[in-house]
Design a protein around this ligand. Structure first.
Ligand SMILES: Cc1cc2nc3c(=O)[nH]c(=O)nc-3n(C[C@H](O)[C@H](O)[C@H](O)COP(=O)(O)O)c2cc1C
Length: 347
């Protein structure tokens, strides 16, 4: 990573990306305000409040520091999916970057760049899926080119299509397979040649029993949802409101995280996304009980700006900020990050 300040890095990435995008405005503070309701585009649905609330509620949590301790180096590494990761940070699945960000950059370049960039820094990307053939073919190509490096997120299509996509995905031996069950509520995917459907616990059980890699259910926003994912045999859940893109006026992921983690109590891994914009935000989510964090829109901007280099730089920035927060709050390892290390102003 270039030895420049984090703020400068972000400004440089955003300036470069802005020249190459005409839908996303590349705001330095990516908080969903400017793009409220912009879809196609990167915005939250309707009033855009779901996206805005994700960012806003995270800012209501503060880090509590405790800086009288030995002069040690912290360890941000963690083990997830039977892999040692340099930090518990993932790229969230995002499909159709060309249209939503307004760029000539395409799906094939994007999936390859997030794979290469994250692999370089010892972290992992999730890949998205969509109705257009390229949205599925691009991640398949990245998985094939990089020996299964990445987590494929298949949408809740009809059983037949899920089966077909599952088989092709599994032929590339991915790290894990996810399903974004909340995408069932995406109305624009209802009236297509391959409509999206809702999935029951039984449907999810069948999917998880067919694969020999961890199964992740993405789009859990309640204890009830977590209970069902557990019943379905999920290895992990992603607490997520899909960046506020499925349901307007929904609660934010950080508001429901603590209760969900208390219910899960170690029986599944809990990942979370929505409005995470720094290593400090990652620290907050871990303190509330998450095992790992996904970041979406900022990685697309970084990839549009500088390809795999931009992705790797941004991931390293988050990792370094996480390390700084850990050192200031007296946490040598990820396991030391506990609820006492933050003050939650929602309460
Ligand atoms: C343009 C766009 C496309 C997305 N596509 C997918 C997708 O294909 N699959 C999925 O599970 N989530 C998808 N998401 C949701 C993201 O994975 C993630 O949940 C969300 O962006 C929240 O993170 P953020 O605030 O860091 O962007 C998409 C989000 C955006 C903005």
């Amino acid at each position: 990573m270039k030895e420049i300040g984090y703020e400068v890095l972000i400004m440089e990435l955003h300036e470069k990306a802005r020249e190459k995008m005409n839908v996303c405005k590349g705001c330095k503070n990516c908080n969903g305000e400017v793009c409220r309701g912009l879809n196609p585009g990167p915005g939250g649905k309707g009033s855009g409040e779901g996206f805005v609330r994700n960012v806003k509620m995270l800012q209501n949590i503060g880090l509590v520091y405790d800086c009288i301790h030995e002069d040690y180096e912290v360890d941000t590494s963690t083990e997830l999916f039977s892999m040692k990761l340099s930090a518990p940070i993932f790229v969230a699945p995002i499909a159709n970057v060309t249209q939503h960000f307004g760029t000539e950059y395409n799906e094939y370049l994007y999936t390859n760049d997030i794979c290469e960039g994250m692999k370089r820094v010892g972290m992992v990307p999730f890949y998205g899926d969509g109705v257009n053939e390229a949205f599925f073919k691009a991640p398949m190509k990245a998985l094939e080119a990089h020996d299964g490096y990445g987590i494929m997120t298949i949408k809740p299509w009809s059983d037949e299509i899920v089966e077909m996509k599952l088989q092709e995905t599994m032929s590339h031996k991915p790290i894990a397979v996810a399903m974004d069950v909340d995408a069932s509520g995406l109305v624009h995917l209802k009236n297509t040649a391959t409509p999206i459907v809702f999935k029951s616990v039984e449907d999810l059980k069948k999917i998880s029993s067919k694969i020999d890699v961890p199964f992740i259910v993405k789009g859990i926003m309640s204890v009830e949802g977590a209970k069902k994912a557990l019943e379905a045999g999920a290895y992990a859940i992603v607490v997520s409101n899909h960046g506020g893109r499925v349901l307007d006026n929904c609660v934010s992921s950080v508001e429901v995280l603590e209760d969900i983690c208390a219910f899960v109590n170690g029986r599944m891994k809990v990942l979370v996304d929505g409005g995470i914009r720094s290593g400090n935000d990652v620290f907050k989510m871990l303190a509330l009980g998450a095992d790992g964090c996904l970041v979406g829109r900022p990685f697309v901007v970084a990839a549009i700006a500088e390809g795999a280099d931009g992705v790797a730089s941004l991931a390293e920035k988050y990792q370094k900020e996480l390390a700084e927060a850990m050192r200031m709050c007296n946490c040598r390892t990820i396991q030391d990050i506990s609820i006492e290390k933050v003050k939650n102003f929602h309460k």
